[in-house]
Design a protein around this ligand. Structure first.
Ligand SMILES: C[S@@+](CC[C@H](N)C(=O)[O-])C[C@H]1O[C@@H](n2cnc3c(N)ncnc32)[C@H](O)[C@@H]1O
Length: 263
């Protein structure tokens, strides 16, 4: 990441931000970085993380969510899982647990095939990454397997309403859609999430639609897109699709959490 502004915005978190209100002008990268930190926090707070918990953050990017937890909680064991070892290398270099007694580890693995024993975690997090996974159902089954009874799963995702499904399915098939954001499956409706969770054995514990808090991210992304070289076109088209669908209320940004029944 050589562009200083892009590095400031996405060097720690690689996701949409959470904004309390719409800024009067297009946000700066420093403002975006603060909004991105806030989104992480909104997700991990939905999992009610406590001191001493063992937390696994799948699709952990550059480790920003684990750094956020490590700065606020003590005695936690934090494991970042990512399919891309280059991101893990950067995460390990950047992320320091700021509280004594915290432990950090990194695993290069697919979130749908976790190299972890059964019932060893208190919390599994998946911040804005589940749409990249090969199969949401397999991920839910894996999260359930590695969680202890009473453990929590929290995630954030772009959730379409039913009428948008033909468009999100078609967008996924468009070859250009793999250009900037990679493979993205935005076909999981709220009803489908409820079914997936129930099939895996989870009980819903949290569901918050934060779409309006994500909208200021779009003007920020529009301002950066000319810098993306040959990925500019696909980035612009995909972001525009998400923005229009979100502003029309057809694509909702949701934070969801679930509990594995037990203790
Ligand atoms: C949009 S980024 C989000 C990163 C991070 N959660 C954050 O919020 O900053 C999506 C992440 O998912 C990771 N990823 C994609 N497919 C994966 C898979 N099957 N298993 C684990 N990680 C995966 C990517 O490498 C990337 O780091």
């Amino acid at each position: 990441m050589e562009d200083a502004e892009i590095c400031e915005a996405f060097g720690r978190h690689v996701h949409w931000g959470y904004w309390d209100r719409e800024p009067e002008q297009a946000p700066t990268s420093a403002e975006f970085a603060r909004a991105a930190e806030r989104l992480s926090r909104e997700v991990w707070e939905a999992a009610a993380i406590r001191d001493g918990d063992r937390v696994v953050d799948v699709g952990c990017g550059f480790g920003g969510t684990l750094a956020s937890i490590g700065a606020q909680r003590s005695g936690v064991s934090l494991t970042g899982v990512n399919i891309d070892h280059r991101q893990l290398t950067r995460a390990a270099r950047l992320t320091k647990t700021t509280r004594a007694g915290n432990m950090l580890a990194w695993l290069c693995a697919d979130a749908c095939a976790l190299p972890l024993a059964d019932a060893v975690c208190d919390v599994v997090l998946a911040v804005e990454c589940i749409f990249h996974f090969p199969d949401r159902r397999r991920f839910f089954a894996e999260a359930w397997r590695v969680l202890k009874p009473g453990g929590r799963l929290a995630l954030s995702d772009f959730v379409p309403v039913g009428v948008l499904l033909p468009a999100t399915a078609a967008a996924g098939l468009w070859p250009g859609s793999r250009g900037f954001y990679g493979k993205v499956d935005m076909c999981c409706t709220a009803r489908r999430y409820a079914k997936l969770a129930a099939e895996a054995g989870f009980v819903p514990s949290f569901d918050r639609d934060i779409t309006r808090h994500t909208l200021p991210t779009y003007p920020f992304l529009r301002r950066l897109s000319p810098r993306l070289g040959n990925l500019r076109l696909s980035a612009t088209m995909e972001t525009l699709f998400a923005e229009l669908a979100s502003r029309l209320g057809l694509l909702r940004y949701r934070i969801l959490a679930f509990r594995k029944p037990g203790d």
